[in-house]
Design a protein around this ligand. Structure first.
Ligand SMILES: Cc1cc2nc3c(=O)[nH]c(=O)nc-3n(C[C@H](O)[C@H](O)[C@H](O)COP(=O)(O)OP(=O)(O)OC[C@H]3O[C@@H](n4cnc5c(N)ncnc54)[C@H](O)[C@@H]3O)c2cc1C
Length: 328
């Protein structure tokens, strides 16, 4: 039988959402443990953008600072991957037990999943190598850095047209590569044409680089298109394994899967909250921060309500045991 202490809250994932939640819970004097595997999604990028007050900061520096801030409010950190989660059975304390990959257990009354998502990239040689550097997906995250440059959009879905239109705002030299994209329809073709976005047929075989820089896109038939950046539309798969183990179901989305929540992060699994990319595929750093704080507030309120009910029950029991005495 495990003897690990039971925390108020276990947060799985110490990225933008999990760290923000840890700060907010610490500031509510909640005993909080953060289990983190240390691989935040934007780690490949040089800078995190649209981060008010720390614009362009290195993602790893941002999270290291966040961790120090959370520790300043008493949050504990466990480095490792949570591999299983289970609800504590009758006879145990009320709550959850999460097991790490080193076999160590973490127990808590409430569980907040802030595990992020996996970007499933198109299987084109060179894409993974330049991911987050010259292979991009988000105009808000790194579009400004490639403004005015030669940008090719790797067509894989109708969303690729949307991506081409978004990046067209940032450069006059945007080309849509048909690659594996289905016909997006007449309206899309007209918009691309009117905005001066050429469309190139043919399947892309690989990205060509020299001196560690992206140089061109090479098609299966040998044609080559010089580029400075390539945009892709990954499939976004929520890291929801623990949620499924606890009886939750992942929700399908045209761009991937996610954990459905209410506005404050409460999931359909009693006692489990989720925040950040695991429950919002479009969340950026700032919105993941906000979701983490909102979920922390909701978890704290839930525990406050439970503790208040327990206090009333305990007082009633004392009164029954000693009728006539006021026990407060
Ligand atoms: C290349 C790139 C660049 C980006 N640039 C920007 C940008 O400039 N500005 C911006 O606003 N957004 C940017 N984003 C988006 C940003 O990365 C996300 O919004 C943000 O990371 C979401 O935070 P999160 O806490 O939900 O997930 P993450 O930051 O990914 O954190 C999840 C954490 O959980 C850990 N984890 C996962 N599973 C487990 C487990 N089972 N056990 C323990 N730990 C686990 C992971 O290791 C990770 O540390 C970028 C994304 C990419 C891919």
């Amino acid at each position: 039988m495990t003897t690990s202490p039971i925390h108020d809250v276990a947060i799985v994932g110490g990225g933008a959402a999990g760290l923000s939640a840890a700060v907010a819970l610490g500031r509510s004097l909640r005993s909080t443990v953060v289990v983190d595997a240390g691989a935040p999604r934007n780690a490949p990028a040089d800078g995190a953008h649209n981060v008010l007050g720390r614009e362009g900061i290195s993602p790893l520096e941002l999270y290291a600072t966040g961790r120090v801030e959370a520790e300043g409010y008493g949050a504990r950190f466990r480095r490792g991957r949570a591999v299983t989660a289970r609800r504590l059975e009758d006879g145990d304390a009320d709550g959850f037990e999460v097991e790490l990959d080193d076999g160590a257990p973490v127990r808590a009354r409430r569980l907040l999943l802030a595990t992020g998502l996996v970007d499933e990239l198109p299987e084109v040689p060179g894409v993974r190598e330049f991911w987050g550097k010259s292979v991009l997906h988000c105009p808000y995250c790194h579009g400004w850095e490639v403004r005015g440059r030669r940008i090719a959009v790797l067509g894989t879905s109708p969303l690729s047209v949307h991506q081409a239109l978004l990046f067209r705002r940032l450069s006059d030299d945007v080309t849509l590569l048909r690659h594996t994209m289905a016909d997006p329809g007449e309206e899309a073709w007209e918009q691309l044409s009117a905005l001066g976005v050429p469309v190139v047929d043919g399947v892309v075989a690989r990205l060509h680089s020299a001196d560690e820089s992206l140089r061109s896109v090479v098609f299966e038939d040998g044609r080559e298109l010089p580029v400075d950046a390539v945009t892709v539309a990954p499939r976004f798969t929520a890291r929801g394994e623990l949620y499924v183990q606890l009886g939750g179901t992942l929700t399908d989305h045209p761009m991937g899967t996610y954990v459905a929540t209410g506005p404050m992060g409460r999931t359909e699994v009693h006692g489990v909250w989720a925040a950040g990319n695991v429950s919002d595929l479009a969340a950026m750093v700032a919105t993941a921060n906000g979701a983490g704080v909102a979920a922390a507030a909701a978890v704290n309120a839930d525990l406050v309500a439970e503790d208040a009910r327990a206090a009333v029950d305990a007082r009633a029991k004392r009164r029954l045991a000693a009728p006539g005495r006021r026990t407060g």
